[in-house]
Design a binder for this molecule. Structure first.
Ligand SMILES: Cc1ncc(COP(=O)(O)O)c(C=O)c1O
Length: 397
């Protein structure tokens, strides 16, 4: 018998992934993928950028690069992060292969088998999987529409999460909950965490995708509000604002942490793709990111409204949701007795799919909820898909 390591033996294939792979027929309307639609990628701009490069730079793109990142991208990214008031001068930056790698690196830096990591519940599954792969014990804390519930966090930190090493949060247009933390909640959190020996991961791949200018203030990272004395590892990504296939993210943290992160990354992949780093650098330098993201905001905002109108029109009153102010997701909560898997099976047979709630529960239990992503679905399919899901749900109530 092949003897896999303990950490790999702890990994489970998800029944939902298997189900989904059967559902990838072109006629199925999918709200499952948390990604942009292929039609939204800036193909023309990237063509122009590549064709405009001199041969020497193109050749650099084919080569290995320094582990912390392609130096011109480090500089242009610092400029971008500086414009958000992030402390790029007192902290160091490392480019990672997606922000998921940044989370993985932090997990590797701090988690020994059996250590406790606190996450939100629901939580981005890539985050929980990364922590679990280092055999962390995960304590999930519920959210309300303003963010993590402080009383629950405090109670856990006096009990089962007393010795927690990491608190992993995704405060801006949460995946899957769709919420954004209020200013008050962020302040309460930072006040509570001050002086505690806990690494806070502030995971921020979606904050650029706000739908109203008036909500931009809500996207101010905690790392800018109070970088000290709470040690914040701030992670970001090009995945939702340029393309996930670039596989480029970043980690901004203290020099001590980045130094160890570099050693860790070296053994993982030596460096992130120089090729895509060259392109991302030019995209930033030529001022193409801002107008592109403005276009995305309009498109996603329109899709969100179409989905919300359709939910209001079709869903039974028992289904509840918070209207997202940005990002990709609606999170639908149902009465306790409803099992989202049953709704999914019915809805899949009629031609529409989504991701069930327990995928995002660190314990894999809570299932009276599901995620609908509007980022990937063409506008003219949204209403039809929501109608199918609503009918499937009504049949289960
Ligand atoms: C909250 C959150 N963090 C991190 C990631 C990882 O993104 P990437 O590794 O593509 O940068 C995702 C992707 O869906 C996400 O939703």
């Amino acid at each position: 018998m092949i003897k896999f390591s303990d950490c790999v033996n702890g990994m489970r294939t998800s029944e939902i992934r298997d189900l989904m792979s059967m559902a990838m027929k072109p006629e199925i309307i999918t709200f499952a993928g948390g990604m942009p639609n292929n039609d939204l990628f800036p193909v023309k701009e990237i063509d122009e950028i590549y064709n405009g490069l001199d041969d020497a730079t193109k050749k650099v793109g084919f080569q290995y690069g320094p582990t912390p990142g392609y130096p011109p991208l480090i500089e242009s990214l610092k400029e971008y992060l500086r414009s958000k008031n992030l402390p790029v001068d007192s902290n160091d930056l490392i480019i990672t292969s997606g922000s998921l790698q940044a989370i993985n690196i932090i997990a590797k830096l701090f988690v020994n088998p059996g250590d406790t990591v606190i996450t939100e519940n629901p939580c981005f599954i890539g985050g929980t999987s990364a922590f679990k792969s280092y055999q962390a014990n995960i304590v999930g804390i519920p959210l309300d529409s303003d963010g993590i519930i402080m009383d629950e966090l405090k109670r856990a930190m006096e009990n089962e999460a007393k010795d927690a090493k990491i608190l992993y949060l995704s405060p801006y247009f949460h995946n899957p909950a769709g919420i954004i933390y209020s200013k008050k909640r962020k302040e309460e959190l930072l006040k509570f965490l001050a002086g505690k020996e806990l690494i806070l991961i502030e995971d921020d791949p979606y904050s650029e995708l706000y739908f109203n200018e008036s909500d931009k203030d809500l996207t101010v990272p905690m790392k800018t509000i109070q970088p000290e004395p709470v040690p914040i590892c701030y992670t970001g990504s090009f995945s939702k604002i340029l393309g996930p296939g670039m596989r480029l993210g970043w980690l901004l943290a203290t020099p001590e942490i980045i130094n160890k992160a570099q050693l860790t990354k070296q053994s993982m992949d030596a460096c992130s793709s120089t090729f895509t780093q060259v392109l991302a650098d030019q995209f930033l330098r030529k001022g193409k990111l801002r107008p592109y993201v403005e276009r995305l905001r309009e498109i996603y905002s329109r899709r969100m409204k179409i989905m919300n109108d359709s939910l209001v029109k079709n869903m039974p009153p028992e289904a509840k949701w918070v209207v997202p102010k940005g990002g990709f997701y609606f999170w639908i909560t149902l009465p306790e007795k409803v099992d989202a898997l049953e709704v999914l099976k019915e809805s899949m047979s009629k031609g529409a799919i989504f991701v069930i709630g327990r995928t995002f529960d660190p314990e894999g239990i809570k299932n009276n909820c599901f995620r609908l992503a509007f980022s990937h679905t063409p506008e003219d399919e949204i209403d039809k898909g929501v109608k199918i899901i609503s009918e499937a749900l009504k049949a289960r109530l």
